[in-house]
Design a protein around this ligand. Sequence first.
Ligand SMILES: *Cc1c(COP(=O)(O)O)cnc(C)c1O
Length: 378
Amino acid sequence: MEIATQTVQIGLEWDTRTGAVTVPIYQTATFRHPGLGRSTGFDYSRSGNPTRQALEDGIARLEGGARGFAYSSGMAAIANLLLLFKRGDHLVVTEDLYGGTYRLFEKIFNQYDLSFTYVDTSNVEEVRRAIRPETRAVFVESLTNPLLKVADITALSGLCREKGLLCIVDNTFLTPYLLRPFDYGADITVYSATKYLAGHNDTVAGLVAVKDPLLAETVYFHQNSVGAVLGPQDAWLTIRGMKTLSVRLDRQQENALAIARWLQNHSHVAKVHYPGLESHPHHAILNRQARGFGAMISFEVVGPSLVEQLLMRTRLISFAESLGGVETLITFPEIQTHADIQPEIRQRLGINNVLLRLSVGIENLQDLINDLEQAFRS
Ligand SMILES: *Cc1c(COP(=O)(O)O)cnc(C)c1O
C-alpha cells in the first residue's frame, strides 16, 4: 500500500466495539485487569495506551519497521535513543545538526562520557575517517538543517554494516512519505513529529521506528523505564495530522520549488539552498532515494540589514521557530535555532548573519510571493 493510503488508515480499525472511524482518545492512566495475572494488553498508560499505540503501530507500518514509539517531543525521542549507548561510546554525527540535538549531545550526554564527532555526513569518506574503535553509531539528518545537505543513506548504511555500527536517521525534514530510510539500509529512524507529521503547529511530539525486533525490545524497555511518553490527546492530534501528510507535502513542495526559483532570480538574494533546484550539489542523490525534495528553503540575502527587514515586514509569513506546519514561517538560524553552536563552527557551516530559513506552507503561492516581494521592497 502507498504511504498516502497508509497514513489515512492509522487508527481506523482500532475500535471494533463501536466501529469509530478515528481511534478514541483513551484518556486513562490505568486499566482494569480481567483476572489474576491477566491483562487486556494494557495495564498502565506509561507502559502502553491504545491511542498512543495506534500511532506507534502507524509509524512502524509507514517505515516498514518492527515497532514504533511515541515520545513527548522529538528531543525526548532522541534522548531515549542515546540510552542505547554506554560510557566511552562514540557517535559520528551530522555537523549542521538541529541545534537542540547538538545541545543534548554536547551539554548533557557528554557528561555521561558519550562523545560525538561532527562531520559532513553528505561525504561518506569523511564519515569513514571519523570512525574510531569505540564508535557505535552514525547519527545523520537525512536533509540537514538549515543548509539542506543530503546524506546518501545507502552508502552510509553500507559503511555502518561493514563497521558494525547502528545507522540512525533523523528524517524529520523528509518524513516517510518522501523517504523511507529502512529501504536503504538504516536501522532506526527518529522524528520530531511536531513538524511535518503532525503538521499544524499545534502539538509537540516525537516518534521513533526500529527495524529489528530485538533492538525494538530494548528501545521499548527504555521508553517504559524513562517514561517520556506522548499523552493520548497529543497522540490523537498527531494521528489526525498524519492522515493529510501526503496532500500537505505535495502542495508544500510545489510552493517551495516555485519560491526557490523566484528567490534565485531576486536581486536581493545572494544564494538559495533548496535540493529541488538542479543546481543544488545533492539534487541527484535525493532524486534517487526520495520521492521529493521537501519544503524547507534557506537563502542568503545581499546584506545583513535585509534580515531584520524581512523578519519584521512579512505579514502573511510569520517570524517563528519550528517548521513543517501548514503555515509558512521564516526564521533566522544564527540567532533563533542554532545559537548553541559555537560561532566558529556556525561560520564554517555557512550559518551566518545573512542566512534566513523558510518553512513553506500550503497557502496560495502568489500570496506568498507577494508577501516576500513587499517585504523586500519596503
Ligand atoms: C525540531 C527538531 C527536533 C526536535 O524536536 P522537538 O519536537 O522540538 O523536541 C529534532 N530534529 C530536527 C531535525 C528538528 O527539526
